[in-house]
Design a protein around this ligand. Structure first.
Ligand SMILES: C[S@@+](CC[C@H](N)C(=O)[O-])C[C@H]1O[C@@H](n2cnc3c(N)ncnc32)[C@H](O)[C@@H]1O
Length: 334
């Protein structure tokens, strides 16, 4: 097992170091970027018309943004399909396979409230173990660094949305402690049950992480500027596209310095690799199943850029591939 762990870790770090592109990232990103740009040109005037009520945190404006974003993404995906068919059989096939792969309503087992609690905790521990093994949490923390520690007179206040059991928040607290960085972390989720799992770990390890119930789609109870950085990791695929735009818009309305949103990159190849690690290394069917479903539901960076750019602070949003298996959206707000 130790040899397998080391091999997975070395391969992941190697891919990250040389930024080795998977075939789908390489072949389709240009077509996607052009389609994203056209979809944004079309949708932006509608989004601008609701910028003021969005900045004021009005619920009707959030609903309107969700509709505009859904339609923009549909438009982008349609253009990608049309352009791919003009480019020839191979490109058309690549897009067709991606569309087929991404078309799923299958829920993740961990989202089922009836799912066995012990199996849920085990799967979450395996997610943490994989993230540590492939250097995921360290890479997520690196994405936060530009927003940390500018004002040395007080700790950087970080809000983690849809944090689940706080896997990243806890890892970030450990990294900050080890590096002597002053950070106050608040991990939030809709489900108290997940937060309780994380709170128990924070108590056991004496980590400075608060756990609070909070809807990631409605931050009206939080004063703008109350947090310097708002982050969300590995959760965007739990929301329909329109609500990803709402989450990004709400986070950028409230964050003092910036927003960092990280999620997986949609890819059949990665789905097979992570599913296999779940079965062979962890012997965890729930982890393998949910890993496979997640990889089908993930977005690609060009799609996330469309969704993040429609918010009132979205002009500065940037989305990119985070090798080997993730995408990162950053929105500076300060
Ligand atoms: C994949 S899990 C979280 C992963 C976690 N952030 C990590 O990196 O390990 C997705 C989480 O989104 C939460 N969630 C779904 N809808 C939400 C909402 N509207 N507000 C807050 N959390 C939500 C779920 O309860 C679940 O815990």
């Amino acid at each position: 097992m130790a040899l397998l762990d080391r091999s997975v870790s070395t391969i992941a770090r190697g891919i990250r170091a040389v930024r080795l592109r998977t075939p789908s990232v390489h072949a389709l990103s240009e077509i996607r970027a052009q389609a994203a740009s056209r979809a944004l040109d079309r949708a932006r005037p509608h989004a601008r018309a609701i910028a003021s009520p969005l900045r004021a945190g009005e619920p009707d404006a959030r609903r309107a943004l969700a509709r505009i974003a859904e339609s923009a993404l549909d438009h982008m995906r349609r253009e990608v399909r049309e352009e791919a068919s003009r480019r020839g059989l191979l490109t058309s096939l690549a897009i067709g396979l991606d569309e087929r792969f991404s078309r799923t309503d299958e829920p993740e087992w961990l989202d089922d409230p009836e799912f066995d609690r012990a199996a849920r905790v085990r799967a979450l521990e395996h997610l943490d173990a994989l993230n540590v093994m492939v250097g995921g949490y360290a890479a997520f923390f690196d994405a936060l660094r530009p927003y940390l520690g500018r004002d040395r007179s007080r700790p950087t206040r970080v809000l983690d949305l849809a944090s689940g059991h706080g896997g990243f928040a806890l890892a970030a607290a450990r990294m900050a402690r080890d590096e002597g960085l002053a950070i106050e972390l608040c991990a939030t989720d809709l489900k108290r049950e997940y937060l309780d799992i994380g709170a128990a770990v924070a108590r056991r390890e004496a980590l400075d992480v608060r756990f609070e119930v909070q809807d990631a789609l409605d931050l009206s109870g939080i004063e703008p500027g109350a947090y310097d950085v708002i982050v969300s990791t590995q959760s965007l695929h739990h929301f329909p596209p329109g609500l990803v735009a709402v989450l990004a818009s709400e986070a950028s309305r409230v964050a003092g310095r910036g927003v960092v949103l990280i999620d997986g990159y949609r890819s059949r190849m990665h789905a097979v690799v992570v599913g296999s690690i779940g079965l062979l290394r962890f012997r965890d069917v729930a982890f393998a199943h949910d890993g496979w479903v997640s990889f089908r539901r993930f977005f690609v960076p060009e799609e996330l850029e469309v969704l993040a750019r429609l918010g009132p602070e979205g002009d500065r949003a940037d989305a990119r591939w985070m090798p080997p298996t993730h995408c990162v959206v950053t929105i500076p707000t300060g």
